[in-house]
Design a protein around this ligand. Structure first.
Ligand code: ADE
Length: 339
């Protein structure tokens, strides 16, 4: 009886990502857009509809997922993403699998990662930072209203679309928590709120903290609490000595202090009307959030592309048709789960 149950649940698991709509035969592979700890993202074009826009195909190796006990995370990522429909969040179009891989079919954001743009420019002008941060406020407000905490906000997970708007991507750490607390230590060291490090439970306010780190990094070119070792970063975050460069103006410092407030109950965005408090801050005084949501505000940078399949806004990766066992390319900042 027990054996039957196990077999039934294994069958369920193995059929979880099956799709009638897609298989690897549906696509021509055009290039690689990114490589992560468990995955690789490729640019693909539909064979049936070659005139459709190219798509991003996130490819996850089953053995790595099982070895790292990440299957429930993957199911969670799929289920969360399927509920989402927002202008500034990457849409999932479907999933499928073969014997070795699970595939997520996603919208393609041709402008690359905000990380790449930030590294190229060093810093962003305040006006540009305000545009991206305001769009992210709307994306996070939408997630929080659905009871979802994103937990991995950073320039690497913010893509730029064809018309220069943001697309929040990578829901691997996102979690539906409603009004409750969660305890898992996950995210990227520089972006962790103090309550995550302290391990006493945390809620959606961690995303507002991360937004503060992101805004600081966009304008200064480096995050406020940085060091070579994660341990030292945590110590600095817990110490909370927030230092602003002299060229940060008072209104910016006031917003950053409100977001990077160690006491969760005093942090802007803590109360129920969280995002409204934020939108009413003076730093956003010239932002029309209603126009922004319908993409009626001009974006600071429109990606220049030779063709729809141009991947020049992405780093280049060795592009064998076989999946690599381990990514050769590692970021300065790798996310992790647990200690
Ligand atoms: N859509 C989803 N993930 C993507 C990525 N890494 N690059 C471009 N578009 C994407």
């Amino acid at each position: 009886m027990e054996q039957e149950k196990i077999e039934a649940s294994e069958k369920q698991e193995s059929e979880y990502f099956i799709s009638e709509k897609y298989s690897m035969d549906s696509f021509d592979v055009l290039g690689t857009l990114g490589v992560g700890t468990f995955s690789r993202v490729r640019l693909v074009r539909s064979k049936d509809q070659p005139y459709m826009k190219p798509l991003a195909l996130k490819i996850l190796k089953k053995t790595s997922i099982l070895k790292m006990r990440q299957l429930s995370h993957l199911r969670n990522e799929k289920e969360l993403m399927e509920q989402l429909d927002h202008a500034f969040i990457t849409k999932i179009l479907g999933t499928f699998q073969d014997d070795y891989y699970v595939f997520f079919v996603l919208e393609y954001a041709c402008g690359g990662e905000l990380f790449t743009r930030l590294k190229k420019l060093g810093t962003l002008p305040s006006q540009d930072a305000r545009f991206y941060i305001s769009e992210l406020v709307l994306a996070l407000e939408y997630l929080h209203d659905k009871g979802i905490v994103f937990r991995d906000l950073k320039p690497e997970n913010i893509l730029i679309d064809r018309s220069g708007h943001v697309k929040l991507s990578d829901f691997g750490f996102a979690k539906a928590i409603s009004d409750s607390k969660t305890y898992t230590m996950c995210g990227t060291p520089e972006y962790l709120a103090p309550e995550i490090i302290l391990g006493k439970g945390y809620g959606r306010e961690v995303d507002w903290w991360a937004l503060g780190i992101l805004l600081y990094e966009m304008i200064a070119g480096y995050p406020p609490y940085c060091d070579d070792s994660p341990f030292n970063i945590y110590q600095k975050i817990l110490l909370g000595r927030l230092v602003f460069p002299s060229y940060f103006d008072d209104i910016l410092c006031s917003l950053l202090s409100a977001l990077l407030e160690p006491n969760v109950q005093k942090r802007i965005g803590y109360k129920n009307n969280a995002a409204s408090d934020l939108k009413n801050h003076l730093w956003f005084s010239n932002v029309d959030f209603n126009l922004l949501l319908i993409k009626e505000c001009p974006s600071p940078w429109i990606p220049e592309l030779m063709t729809e399949e141009d991947t020049s806004n992405f780093n280049t990766y060795p592009d064998s048709l076989e999946q690599p066992h381990a990514p050769k390319f590692t970021r300065e900042r790798d996310p992790f789960v647990g200690f």
